[in-house]
Design a protein around this ligand. Sequence first.
Ligand SMILES: Nc1ncnc2c1ncn2[C@@H]1O[C@H](COP(=O)(O)OP(=O)(O)OP(=O)(O)O)[C@@H](O)[C@H]1O
Length: 257
Amino acid sequence: MEPEPIIRLNDVHKTLGQQQVLRGITLAIPKGKMTTIIGRSGEGKSVLLKHMIGLLQPDRGEVWVDGVDIARLHAQRLNEVRKRFAMLFQSAALFDSLTVFDNVAFPLREKLRLPASEVNRRVDEKLEQVGLKGMGHKFPAELSGGMKKRAGLARALVMEPEIILFDEPTTGLDPLMAKTIHELICDMQRTFGFTAVMVSHEIPEVFSFSDYVAMIHAGVIAEMAPSGEFVKTQDPVVREFISVGGLYPVHPVSTAG
Ligand SMILES: Nc1ncnc2c1ncn2[C@@H]1O[C@H](COP(=O)(O)OP(=O)(O)OP(=O)(O)O)[C@@H](O)[C@H]1O
């Protein structure tokens, strides 16, 4: 049985500047699974993620999060819904002037105002889970690219969100480190069971680490399917796009005649 969707976009349209970026996106994100959004550069993948968390409002259409249309919410109610989310940006967006520990502690202190002993416990636990045990005293400038991503992940996880949006979380890493970070994210997703929505350019790797894959093309969802089904698509545009990652020859040899 298909898992129920936790986020549902219905006919979402968005124009930014002169560009009609989203032209009727309809998409359901299954709860507790890893869904990856692929598509060419500039197709609107980041814009789509920002609609899911209410950082952008659609010109037309609906964005349902667990039964609430966040496209119509006032700021206060929207903030309540946003507490269920974390978002991890390409850059990991760490505060350079804070240690790794203080970066991860930041949302706990700022939003939950927890006592110091509880902050220490939770931060140490998350640092250990992402492989940064004993690194809390370091500053971001002292970390490798992979360690920065781990720190960003720890900060996203520390609030124990129900939904985490990952915008190209392996940007700037070498292929081996990118694989390690993807594996870590998958491991965390399976351990904690949050809903993950990820934007990624890593083809064909996305098909091994995602439960579902969706491709955006020309402002709409060209294909959305479980990973194993997605690669069997007959849609020529989708086939051509994923062929770049070596799954199919770009010009399949015709067997006709
Ligand atoms: N705030 C904005 N104002 C004007 N145009 C914007 C804004 N944000 C995004 N765009 C435009 O919307 C389009 C989609 O951008 P988006 O960042 O979502 O693409 P993407 O698919 O994530 O690309 P990439 O894979 O390169 O990160 C681009 O043409 C971009 O220039």
